[in-house]
Every structure is written in structure tokens, then in C-alpha cells.
Design a protein around this ligand. Structure first.
Ligand SMILES: C[S@@+](CC[C@H](N)C(=O)[O-])C[C@H]1O[C@@H](n2cnc3c(N)ncnc32)[C@H](O)[C@@H]1O
Length: 411
């Protein structure tokens, strides 16, 4: 069996809690997948594999299944693993990432050792990791859950949140995939659909922009630039599948060319995107990052505190990741900051008429925001980032509605 022959049983991974957004993104690509914890699964060919790697904003990796079986003992594992088509995997020493849960087999090191032994018997020519082995070989992601083992080949290479533009970072940069999730929770996952709030927001504003992740992701989305083409000349970032040897690279070039042809002109959707921060150095870093993503023309930057940040006259959405999680003594100051942000949304405030979408790891601060605004906050997702729990919160403005609300039924 050739593991690199389609149809592939593919899996796009995302941090748990973001699956509904990923499912929506895949649907927009015409792929109808099945959500499972931490990802969405589907069956498809090379084009789907290329497009998902290039275009998904909330996925962290795209994997292809190369073997699956039930297993309850190490001897059984080694025997059954001989049926995996090791010799057909891309060249180079094998790398494994193993996780096991709710299974008889739980020792990840022992699982890896048995898999390596089986692989060495079936494919003795393959170099072993270490001196003289050459470049990085294929990464195999192995999951054992309820005694079912699934072995998948990574097609992405570097994690997909690494778009390539964010070289300069501030103190607590957020992952690009989380920033995209927060943004898509407002604007929807399918650019062809009517936007969840009826019409596009007039403006998107991040008054705590740090290194600019949210405004940059908003600018990429607004011009329909795939995250994989977030570069000044719209050349793609690196992907593992280009080193596989068997991948149809002419088709890959065509997928990139089609995606480039769909990119809208600057300000294509007529949305104003603003980023500000009180720290002038991070604003400069954000500017440089935006230039590297090829979206300098899309974003208006300012060095300003929350109370002085520029606010366009037409209400839109504040989409932001304010500071949180400081030392104990900072909590009081942070509560005051979130309270002030909430008050700015209240009638007569600077953001009167605006909606807010915010990611935070501290429910107490989210409450301070809601109290300041005099409205209740809607949790639109709950996920983790860097091992910490994170909530996505909305307080919709008076002319907007929560994006994850079910659409009205017919009649
Ligand atoms: C969690 S970081 C934002 C990180 C950003 N999303 C990124 O990806 O780089 C919070 C930012 O809020 C800024 N900040 C803190 N208090 C502020 C205030 N009162 N007004 C404006 N900016 C503030 C900090 O300088 C910091 O850059």
C-alpha cells in the first residue's frame, strides 16, 4: 500500500473548543468533515490537502492517516505495526509524537520503541535519527485512545500558526490561530455567506494590539489572503509535503495561483482596521510584522492608551486580547482596566454602539468588563493556549448580534 496515494483520510487539528469554527472554515472550502475533539476529519485528495494547509486560519496542522488498529498489549502493537507501509513514507529519519489516554497502553516511550522496531524490520534502509542522517524526516503523530491506535503523517511541517510574518513580538503575543478564531467568531467562517451580523462591520479595532496579531489577521481575512500566503510577494510559507517526493507540485502551484487570484484589492471590503497600544515599541513591531505579511496598507496604527485611542465614527467591533494574568498585585489594576473598557461600551462611552470580542484567561476580568458595560457577556468559545484556559467573549453592540447564534429558521 502506498500511504501517499489519495484518497487521504485527513485530519486538521485545532485547539479543543475551536472545532466549530474549523468545521465552518472547511465547509467554506467545500469540505464536509466530521468534528472530533481537537480537530475535524474528512476524506479527500491532494487538492484538499493543499488548500487546507494554505487556507485554514484556525488549524494547527493537517495530518494524513497511514495506519489504524485496535491494540491492548506491546507485543500486539509491534506485530500489528508491521502492517504499516513504512517504506512508502517520505524519506528521512522518522520522528514520533505520541499521546495515549484511557487505554491499556499508556507508556508513550514504550509505544515509540515498539513502533520503531516494527518500522526498522519493514524498512531497514531508512536512516536512523542522529549523526549523518540528513535533514528532518517525516513527523508521525500517534494517538492511542480507548485502545484504538491511529498513526498519522504530518503534512504541514512547522505549526500552521507560524505564518512567517510575526518576527517582532511584544510581551504576551497571542497565537495567530487563536487571533483568527476570535476574529472569525465575529465575522463568520465563510466569506461567501452573509455575515453573521447582517453586514460587514464598518471597523475592526484592537486598542491593546501588542505585536499586531489581531489587526494583521483581520487584514488578511478582509482581503481573502490565505494565511499561507502572508508574505509581501504572496509566496507560500514552507510545508512538509513539498519534501515528500511524491506530491504533485504542479497542482500545488495551481492551488497557490488560484488563491492569489481570489485576493481582493487593498480595502476590498471597505472595512477600516485599526491597532493601537500604549507602548510605542510594540506598535513599531506591529508595523514591521504587517509589512512582512504584505498588509501595510490595510491597517492604521497609533501609539495611545485605551482612553485616547483613535475611534472611527462608524461603530464596528473591538476585537482584542487585553492584558491579563499578571502578578497578584496587578489584578486590581486589571479589573479597573476591564471595567473602563466596559464603560466605554455603555451609552455615552467612547465605544457606544460598538460590539466587543475579547479573549481572556480570567473570568473575573471578563465579569468586570460586563459589569462596566452594564450587559451580560456571551461565551463564544472556551479553549486553551499554551496550556492555559482561554475564553472567547462577546458583548454584541446594539446593531450587531453574536456570530455563533443559530441563524433564524425559514418563515
Ligand atoms: C496581551 S498583550 C496583547 C498581545 C497582542 N494581542 C499580540 O498578539 O501581540 C496586551 C497589550 O496591552 C497593552 N496595554 C496595557 N495597558 C494598556 C492601556 N491602558 N492602553 C493601551 N494599551 C495597553 C500592553 O502594552 C500590551 O501590548
Amino acid at each position: 500500500m502506498n500511504p501517499l496515494a489519495p484518497p487521504f483520510r485527513s485530519l486538521a487539528q485545532t485547539p479543543p473548543g475551536l472545532e466549530p469554527l474549523l468545521l465552518g472554515e472547511l465547509r467554506a472550502l467545500g469540505i464536509h468533515g466530521t468534528a472530533l475533539q481537537g480537530g475535524v476529519r474528512w476524506s479527500g485528495g491532494w487538492e484538499d490537502l493543499f488548500r487546507t494547509n494554505l487556507e485554514l486560519r484556525t488549524a494547527s496542522r493537517v495530518l494524513v492517516e497511514v495506519g489504524a488498529f485496535r491494540v491492548r498489549a506491546l507485543g500486539e502493537l509491534e506485530r500489528k505495526a508491521e502492517s504499516i507501509p513504512w517504506g512508502g513514507l517520505p524519506p528521512g529519519p522518522l520522528r514520533f509524537r505520541i499521546s495515549a489516554s484511557r487505554s491499556r497502553l499508556y507508556h508513550e516511550g514504550a509505544i515509540e520503541e515498539r513502533l520503531r522496531r516494527a518500522a526498522a524490520r519493514v524498512d531497514p534502509q531508512r536512516p536512523i535519527e542522529g549523526a549523518g542522517a540528513g535533514g528532518e524526516g517525516p513527523l508521525l503523530v500517534v494517538r492511542v485512545h480507548r485502545d484504538e491506535l491511529t498513526l498519522r503523517l504530518d503534512s504541514s511541517g512547522a505549526h500552521l500558526h507560524q505564518r512567517g510574518y510575526r518576527v517582532d513580538v511584544g510581551e504576551a503575543p497571542m497565537r495567530e490561530t487563536l487571533a483568527a478564531a476570535l476574529l472569525l467568531s465575529v465575522v463568520g467562517t465563510d466569506p461567501a455567506d452573509d455575515l453573521p451580523m447582517g453586514s460587514p462591520p464598518a471597523s475592526l479595532l484592537d486598542p491593546f494590539c501588542g505585536s499586531g496579531t489581531l489587526p494583521i489577521e483581520a487584514a488578511l481575512w478582509s482581503r481573502q489572503i490565505p494565511p499561507g500566503l502572508a508574505s509581501p510577494d504572496r509566496s507560500p510559507r514552507a510545508y512538509a509535503f513539498t519534501d515528500w517526493g511524491g506530491a504533485p507540485l504542479d497542482l500545488w502551484a495551481g492551488v497557490c495561483a488560484n488563491a492569489r487570484a481570489r485576493i481582493l484589492e487593498p480595502s476590498g471590503r471597505g472595512i477600516r482596521i485599526l491597532g493601537s497600544d500604549r507602548d510605542g515599541r510594540v506598535v513599531e513591531a506591529a508595523r514591521r510584522n504587517a509589512a512582512r505579511a504584505g498588509v501595510s496598507d490595510e491597517i492604521e496604527w497609533a501609539e495611545a492608551t485605551l482612553s485616547r485611542c483613535p475611534v472611527p465614527p462608524e461603530p464596528g467591533w473591538v476585537v482584542t486580547n487585553p492584558p491579563w494574568g499578571g502578578r497578584l498585585g496587578d489584578r486590581k489594576r486589571l479589573r479597573a482596566l476591564y471595567g473602563a473598557l466596559g464603560q466605554a461600551l455603555a451609552p455615552g462611552g467612547r465605544f457606544d454602539g460598538w460590539g466587543i470580542a475579547l479573549s481572556s484567561g480570567d473570568p473575573v476580568l471578563a465579569n468586570a468588563l460586563a459589569q462596566g458595560a452594564g450587559q451580560s457577556a456571551l461565551e463564544v468559545f472556551r479553549t486553551t493556549s499554551g496550556g492555559l484556559p482561554i475564553q472567547g467573549i462577546h458583548i454584541p453592540g446594539p446593531r450587531t448580534s453574536g456570530a455563533l447564534r443559530e441563524p433564524d429558521g425559514p418563515g
